[in-house]
Design a protein around this ligand. Structure first.
Ligand SMILES: *Cc1c(COP(=O)(O)O)cnc(C)c1O
Length: 355
């Protein structure tokens, strides 16, 4: 049994339009030049000026005391729960959350935590659902220690948690002694889409992180922010997990560049996602979830072609995407132009008509 992804069939044409994920972005020439120019030092001993600048920038952006540079978003989530919780603790999250479905069971394997799956639409849960899951502490039930939300909710369709729900969940968590954690892999997509600042969205959340290797377009990196004390504890876990780095300023420079040049343009990705959804929805029987950010989930089954078949037919034509939890997910990003979106719509239409 191999866990490796199947290699792409060499007989397929080269990928012309890559809608697989916003992780597929390639660093731009200008980003590479910023990386090449970076001032560097030893990150592990706090001596890399570019990493330090990035952490100060993100801490300020998110309205927190301190921040730490991490190799990946997954390591942010894992180090956060390890720092916040103790073995046997209960974490509450929506059932499709990345920490449950996409992190190899890390929170159970490394932390000994159990995660309660809260139900709800679009990758989110309501305040009432959260309230109903809370219970007074007893000797025989696991301690409910932490509640986690994903902004935006990935498998939920890239949906945006409403500000009043975020505030309500955080307030109720605090009133019940729970720690609050925000997986902000695509937080800045939510901010650009709503005009609400990252500081306001993260307010009330003890730990929050943003991914730079998704829509922001860097080759690597995520930054997590919180109180100085929390970040100290995360540093301990970063070291233990092997995430402490050396001349990481080369990578941090890409992130600083992305903060300066790749945040506002997320609006272009959102516009492209809306155009794609509109075009797909014109095909009879096609089910399309209205995108709120840069992810478009759709299901062609009602139009007579299975998701797998459509993905395969698009692959034959150099358009890359994939099914995810039963639907197709198309992801717009830095390397996807409006013309590519138009071509994708035309191609899907042709495939559906031929079927
Ligand atoms: C991608 C993603 C992660 C993990 O980030 P990596 O940088 O890929 O490790 C965590 N949460 C959500 C919601 C994500 O989309």
């Amino acid at each position: 049994m191999s866990y490796a992804p199947a290699p792409r069939d060499p007989k397929l044409p080269p990928i012309r339009i890559n809608l697989l994920s916003d992780t597929q972005t390639r660093p731009t020439q200008a980003m590479r030049e910023a990386m090449a120019r970076a001032d560097v030092g030893d990150e592990q001993i706090g001596d890399d000026p570019t990493v330090n600048l990035l952490c100060e920038r993100v801490a300020a952006l998110l309205g927190k005391e301190a921040a730490v540079f991490m190799p990946s978003g997954t390591m942010c989530n894992v180090a956060a729960t390890l720092a916040h919780c103790r073995p046997g603790d209960e974490i509450l999250a929506q059932a499709t959350a990345h920490i449950i479905a996409r992190e190899g069971g890390a929170h159970a394997a490394l932390g000994g935590f159990q995660i309660t799956q809260l139900q709800g639409d679009d990758g989110q849960f309501t305040l009432d659902t959260f309230r109903a899951a809370l219970r007074p502490p007893t000797r025989y039930q696991p301690p409910q220690t932490l509640v986690s939300v994903e902004q935006t909710a990935n498998i939920g369709g890239g949906t945006i948690w409403k500000q009043d729900v975020l505030v309500g969940v955080a307030d109720l968590a605090k009133a019940n002694g729970l720690i609050t954690h925000m997986d902000g892999a695509r937080l800045l997509n939510a901010c650009v889409a709503t005009g609400i600042s990252a500081r306001d969205m993260a307010s009330g959340w003890d730990s929050v992180w943003i991914d730079f290797s998704k829509g922001l377009g860097t080759p690597i990196g995520a930054v997590m922010a919180g109180s100085r004390d929390f970040i100290d504890q995360v540093w301990r876990w970063k070291q233990r997990l092997g995430g402490a780095m050396r001349q990481a300023g080369v990578c941090a420079a890409a992130c600083v560049y992305a903060l300066d040049h790749h945040v506002d343009r997320l609006a272009d990705d959102h516009a492209n996602a809306r155009t794609l959804a509109r075009g797909l929805a014109q095909i009879a029987g096609m089910q399309v979830q209205q995108p709120e950010t840069n992810l478009v989930f759709f299901d062609p089954a009602g139009a007579g072609v299975s998701g797998e078949k459509l993905v395969a037919a698009l692959g034959q034509r150099g358009i890359l995407l994939a099914t995810m939890d039963g639907r197709i997910r198309a992801c717009t990003h830095l390397d996807v132009t409006a013309a590519m979106i138009d071509e994708t719509i035309v191609t899907v239409r042709e495939i559906m008509r031929a079927a």
